[in-house]
Design a protein around this ligand. Structure first.
Ligand SMILES: C[S@@+](CC[C@H](N)C(=O)[O-])C[C@H]1O[C@@H](n2cnc3c(N)ncnc32)[C@H](O)[C@@H]1O
Length: 224
């Protein structure tokens, strides 16, 4: 996936801006802001009250900074492969809160991953990346989970997906058409079954699939 690197506005708009997955774009800010409460409500039921959570593909840090104050005894680790977003993540942090400095983690390059001897995670989560990334991201998340999750830990993947080769709603079909029209080969809704296949090779299995507003799923993967 390649993004333009020029400075862009993060101003929030009520109207949907043009699709642009660059983490600091008005579109990424608009989409993230729109779904943050639905994610929070689901995570409140899923997350442990105490422990460690790693976010991959954190982007501008909108979600991690919104979620963390609701889990005061969970240590949150933001990460991304684009170090250009780290200052934005840090600028949003409240002083003395439970969010670590962002880490460089490229899901497709295992040499960038944290050392498993140093910390194991209760949760690894990722929000809104699969529709603008290749399926190899799923393999990366599964391999990372297999290395870094505690035995009872889980991966939570939020976003829009197809299921058994079908769209689950007309709005998702329209959204898929819209992103495919951009002509980027790896963009487009992925199928839950394809993600499952990638995770199985690393000893993980789909444990739950939650319907969340705006035609999205939260997919939960744990050790088989
Ligand atoms: C559409 S943005 C979503 C950002 C954020 N999760 C949100 O919901 O606002 C996609 C993010 O994925 C990150 N990303 C893309 N490919 C990646 C990779 N191979 N490893 C880690 N992060 C990646 C980008 O840098 C970007 O921050």
């Amino acid at each position: 996936m390649s993004f333009a690197i020029e400075e862009r506005s993060t101003r929030l708009s009520d109207n949907k801006p043009h699709i642009d997955p660059y983490p600091l774009s008005p579109y990424a800010a608009w989409a993230g802001n729109r779904n943050k409460d639905a994610i929070l409500h689901s995570f409140e039921e899923l997350f442990p009250t105490k422990g460690d959570a790693l976010e991959v593909a954190t982007g501008a840090g909108l979600h991690i900074n919104y979620l963390a104050p609701h889990f005061p005894n969970v240590r949150f680790q933001p990460s991304d492969y684009d170090q250009g977003v780290f200052e934005t993540i840090k600028a949003k942090r409240l002083k003395g809160n439970n969010i670590a400095d962002p880490a460089l983690i490229d899901l497709t390059v295992s040499s960038t991953w944290p050392n498993a001897d140093e910390r194991f995670y209760d949760v690894i989560f990722v929000i809104n990346i699969f529709h603008v990334a290749s399926l190899s991201i799923a393999e990366g998340i599964a391999a990372l989970g297999a290395e870094l999750l505690k035995p009872s830990g889980f991966i939570a993947i939020y976003g829009p997906f197809k299921l058994d080769g079908k769209y689950t709603t007309p709005s998702n079909e329209a959204f898929d058409r819209e992103i495919r029209a951009a002509g980027v080969p790896e963009w487009g809704l992925k199928d839950v079954r394809d993600i499952e296949r990638e995770t199985r090779t690393h000893g993980l299995a789909l444990k739950r699939q939650l319907d969340v507003p705006a035609s999205n799923f939260i997919l939960l993967f744990g050790r088989s």
